[in-house]
Structures are given as structure tokens and as C-alpha cells.
Ligand binder design. Sequence first.
Ligand SMILES: *[C@@H]1O[C@H](CO)[C@@H](O)[C@H](O)[C@H]1NC(C)=O
Ligand SMILES: *[C@@H]1O[C@H](CO)[C@@H](O)[C@H](O)[C@H]1NC(C)=O
Ligand SMILES: *[C@@H]1O[C@H](CO)[C@@H](O)[C@H](O)[C@H]1NC(C)=O
Ligand SMILES: *[C@@H]1O[C@H](CO)[C@@H](O)[C@H](O)[C@H]1NC(C)=O
Ligand SMILES: *[C@@H]1O[C@H](CO)[C@@H](O)[C@H](O)[C@H]1NC(C)=O
Length: 355
Amino acid sequence: MISSKLSVVLGLLALPCARATPYSMVYEYAGPSFFDGWDFYGNFDNLTNGDAIFVDSTQAEDLKLAYVNDAGNAIIKVDNVSTVAFNEKRNTIRINSKDHFDVGSVWITDMLHVPFGCSVWPAWWSQAPNWPVGGEIDTFEGVNQVTMNQMALHTEPGCTQASPVQSSTLVNSTDCSFQANSNQGCVVTTPSTQSYGEGFAQAGGGMFVTEYASTGISIWFFSRSSIPSSLQGNASSIDTSQLGTPVANWPTGGCNIGNFFKPQSLIFDITLCGDFAGNAATFSQTCSGTCYNDYVVGKGSTYDNAYFEVQYVRVYGANGQNTTISAAPMSISRPSTKAVAGVAAAAAALGLASW
Ligand SMILES: *[C@@H]1O[C@H](CO)[C@@H](O)[C@H](O)[C@H]1NC(C)=O
Ligand SMILES: *[C@@H]1O[C@H](CO)[C@@H](O)[C@H](O)[C@H]1NC(C)=O
Ligand SMILES: *[C@@H]1O[C@H](CO)[C@@H](O)[C@H](O)[C@H]1NC(C)=O
Ligand SMILES: *[C@@H]1O[C@H](CO)[C@@H](O)[C@H](O)[C@H]1NC(C)=O
Ligand SMILES: *[C@@H]1O[C@H](CO)[C@@H](O)[C@H](O)[C@H]1NC(C)=O
């Protein structure tokens, strides 16, 4: 039985070196095939009342609103070449991943540029198809000329942020219920002006890491110069315990992740005005004039910065688990709503939405 003894000894020897790398890459959206893994919404923004048309994949290609540039990066943008007449909407993009990712997943996006400017409302986020059932995780979101990213969860009633372990002290709200505070969600602001807008681009962009684990949901933001070496290059496996304190954290103590969250579809979208960016009080904080009349209408040059440039999106699954729900059929609607008006639409959609 020398061999079995030997293997025990080898196993023991291997332990200190074989540090657990809990997550392995399961999908990479990158390069020429970046857009293959997504569905295009193909309808005007009937979710958040934006003055935007989320074009279908054919129009997106024809109008060059979603394409892979010469550097091999995905561009997702607002139409900045068309003149929009009064009472019309402007073309832009909303895409959601065909695959859904269950608890035990991490998604990372590396971006060089994020959309910003008056009337612009971009987000990189995720949602379960029967929202608010199954929850929503907003990793990146901002409006108009704000300078810092905001992160949030939106859930059914009963989920709150309690005892987080996070580096941000900018906590805006702790009740994640879509019924509380006009569906503001439990919001944490990233305390860095390199996390949004011009500051993000000037710093060479950066990386957002979202961990959806049974112990809690966590988000890390790394500006280009502070990306940890373990995430540089082609990291086929990652260990989130090595990433330091997350900028936002919602532990399962205040929110039972298993109860409130279901497999998530990843989403990039850019809408214009609508319930959040177009809210008069919010708009006037960083922009002048009227959201629709003075920006959406007319020439598009105001949207020259309204684009995502994405080097990749990578999804990781917990080792030993299959956390990918492959190519789930597109549901009829997945409303993300920030205001009361949208909640009514969301409620109306619930009966229709399905896997
Ligand atoms: C959240 O709080 C931060 C810091 O006080 C503030 O700058 C930001 O505007 C707030 N965000 C919202 C959506 O209220
Ligand atoms: C990273 O590794 C994956 C899996 O091995 C591979 O499919 C992908 O092309 C690599 N990406 C880059 C940018 O090298
Ligand atoms: C539209 O914006 C892009 C950057 O997203 C810029 O390169 C281009 O020059 C703009 N087009 C026009 C007609 O302004
Ligand atoms: C994971 O499970 C899904 C069904 O939900 C299946 O389609 C897929 O092939 C599985 N992936 C692996 C790697 O086993
Ligand atoms: C939005 O439009 C799509 C496509 O017409 C439709 O299927 C969906 O039910 C609409 N959603 C809402 C909330 O009105």
C-alpha cells in the first residue's frame, strides 16, 4: 500500500501550495464574437420611460451602435449622428445575456470608457426575468454629469443591507425592496471620481467585479492603475478573497441571498432622460435646461461621449458547480425601474414575463 501512503503524503504536501481558487472562467464575451451572447431589446424604452429606442440587432449593426472596433473592443453607444425631431426618440442599445448565471458566479467587466453627459443614463447590471422576484444587481450606474458610480440591489420586500464589510462610507439607502423609497434600492456610492464619466476615461478606465455568492453580494471597483495582478492578463481562475475589501457588500445576514436572488441575466443599456436621469430634481443637480427638449431633440453631437468601450466581460463559476443556465429564452420584459411610474409597468409585466 505504498502507493496510497505516497498519495496521502503528496496530498498533504500539495495542500499549502494548492491555495483554493474558488472560481473558474465559464464564459468570455470578447473580441469579434462579443455580441453573439446577447439579445437586443428591439423596442422603445417601455421600462423606464426613457426617450430612447433600443434597436434590434440588425439596426444596431446597420447604424453602428453596437460593433467591435479596430482595437477588438465592443462599442455600445447612443446615436450621435442623427437629428431627432421633436416628439421622436433617439436610437440606442439595450442588450441582455442569453445565458443566466446562478448563485456562485462572479462577473467582471474591463472597460475603457463609460457613457456620460446630460440626459444620459447608462447601466451595467443584472436581473432575474421575473423581477422583482429573483432580484436585480446594479454594478455600474450613473446619470447626467455625476462623477461617482452608484451600486444597488433591488428585491422583493424583506432584504436590507446590514453589517456590510465595505470600503465605501457613502451609503444612500439600506432597504432593497422595490416598494421602499420609490424603488431606489439599497444604494452605495463608489467614493472615487475615477468610477464614472470623464474621470473614468482619463484614468484609462477600469474593472468592475461582481460576486453573487450565497454569503452575500459584493462589488469591487479597480481603476486601471490599481487592478490587482491576479486579475490582469487572462485570469482563467480567480479567488475573490484575495481582492481586498469590496467597495460595496450586502451580506446574507440582512438579505437571504438564496431567497431573494435567482439566476441573473447580464445587461448593458443606455437610456436617455426617463425616470432617473430625466427626473427634474436629479437633472438640475448636474445639468441645465430641460432633459428631452435641450438634449435628445436636435443634433446628436451632445452624445459623443455616450458610449461603452468594453475590453471584455468574463463570467466565473464556483469550482465544482454548474452555475450557467444556458441560453434561457428571452423573457417578454425585465423592467428595471427607479420610480413609482415604472413600478406600475413592472407589476403589469409580471404576469407576462416567463423564462
Ligand atoms: C448618495 O450619496 C452620495 C454621498 O453623499 C451623494 O454624492 C450622491 O448624490 C447620493 N446619490 C443619490 C442617488 O442620492
Ligand atoms: C482567455 O482564455 C480563454 C480560455 O482559455 C480563451 O478562450 C480566451 O480567448 C482568452 N482571452 C484572451 C484575451 O487571451
Ligand atoms: C460620434 O461619437 C464618436 C465617439 O463615440 C466619435 O468618434 C464621432 O466622431 C462622433 N460622430 C459625430 C458625427 O460627431
Ligand atoms: C450546465 O447546466 C446547463 C443546464 O442548466 C446545461 O445546459 C449546461 O450544458 C451545463 N454546463 C456544463 C458545463 O455542464
Ligand atoms: C415592452 O415592449 C415589449 C415589446 O413590444 C413587450 O413585449 C413588453 O410587454 C413591453 N413591456 C412593458 C412593461 O410594457
